[in-house]
Design a binder for this molecule. Structure first.
Ligand code: HEC
Ligand code: HEC
Length: 267
């Protein structure tokens, strides 16, 4: 396990500059209330647009669980602080997460702020993830793919925890139509003989429309051959209210989804 995590760390740090003495020591003024306060302000100004005012994730991932999910309880805390510091310094290549040229002090303040969030949410990573995984394959896997297995009507969820916070996941399950994932809008096509075909819209221009129907077949239609094209505001994903999924099961399921991260963090 130690070997694996060392290799992973090396891979993660490939973009970072040579360590300074400060890096090795971890956060030089860790945890001080002033530092956390400064970090809070810096975070609101520079990071909240993507990670949310509460750091629970919008475009960027939930940062309140960094110390619990990515480093793991066995990991020495200093390494973890460094890792977060370096992620902020270097950005994430190939994503919209930008690098930062701000002074070390400012970045450490942000790290201290994020860490203060992480410690207050320790213990919130709950749920029986094994049971959650079973529930996933019995209830969700027909429409969603995870690591190459499952259906394709809905988005691939292999890295969903990098994109969505636990709160957002809970909402997506309880109330699927409240926000519809881009590229997965439901449409109903009515042919001239009155047949109705449901699916998710995959492309459309003035003359034609492509959909993936509920049997996962991609189909194209000329609009001239259709009586009507209905763009629906409801999701193709059913709502899983408490009658279909009780709170306990929901927690297990979200717990499982919370493990679906980019390979390095999942280990
Ligand atoms: C333009 C949007 C954007 C801004 C601004 C932004 N981030 Fe990010 N951030 C992202 C995205 C997207 C990712 C996920 C990248 C990936 O893994 O594909 C990310 C990833 C991260 C990670 C790595 C999480 C992990 O699990 O390894 C950290 C830490 C982070 N951001 C902190 C910050 C901090 C602190 C700031 C402000 C200084 C900031 N980000 C500003 C979009 C942003
Ligand atoms: C009948 C097919 C179907 C089933 C069953 C289904 N989903 Fe979905 N799901 C979809 C579709 C289509 C979307 C995209 C539209 C939307 O965002 O509502 C979606 C969206 C999502 C999203 C948002 C993804 C993103 O990238 O924003 C999550 C999370 C999700 N589903 C989780 C689940 C879970 C968990 C279950 C099982 C309890 C489940 N789904 C069952 C079809 C389905």
């Amino acid at each position: 396990m130690m070997v694996i995590s060392a290799v992973w760390l090396a891979a993660f740090l490939w973009t970072a500059s040579a360590p300074t003495p400060q890096d090795r020591a971890g956060n030089p003024r860790q945890g001080g209330a002033d530092q956390v306060r400064a970090g809070t302000l810096l975070f609101q100004a520079r990071c909240a647009e993507c990670h949310g005012a509460d750091a629970k994730g919008v475009v960027g991932p939930d940062l309140t669980v960094l110390w619990t999910s990515a480093a793991g309880p066995a990991s020495p805390v200093g390494v973890s602080d460094d890792r977060v510091f370096r992620a902020i310094r270097a950005g994430v290549p190939g994503s919209v997460m930008p690098p930062s040229t701000a002074p070390d002090d400012e970045l450490w303040a942000i790290v201290a702020y994020l860490r203060s969030l992480g410690t207050t949410t320790v213990g919130s990573v709950t749920g029986n993830t094994d049971h959650g995984q079973e529930l996933f394959w019995s209830t969700c896997g027909s429409c969603h793919r995870v690591n190459g297995r499952g259906g394709q009507l809905g988005p691939d969820l292999s890295r969903i925890a990098d994109r969505q916070s636990r709160d957002a996941l809970t909402r997506a399950i309880r109330d699927a139509s409240a926000s519809i994932a881009a590229g997965y809008q439901a449409v109903t096509l009515v042919t001239t003989d009155g047949t109705r075909i449901r699916g998710v819209g995959k492309g459309e221009d003035a003359f034609s429309i492509q959909i993936m129907n509920t049997r996962e077949r991609l189909q194209g239609y000329l609009k001239a051959s259709l009586r009507e094209v209905v763009h629906e505001t409801r999701s193709l994903m059913p709502d899983f209210g408490p009658d279909r999924l009780n709170d306990r099961d929901l927690e297990d399921l979200v717990g499982f989804l919370g493990t679906l991260r980019a390979a390095p963090a999942r280990r």
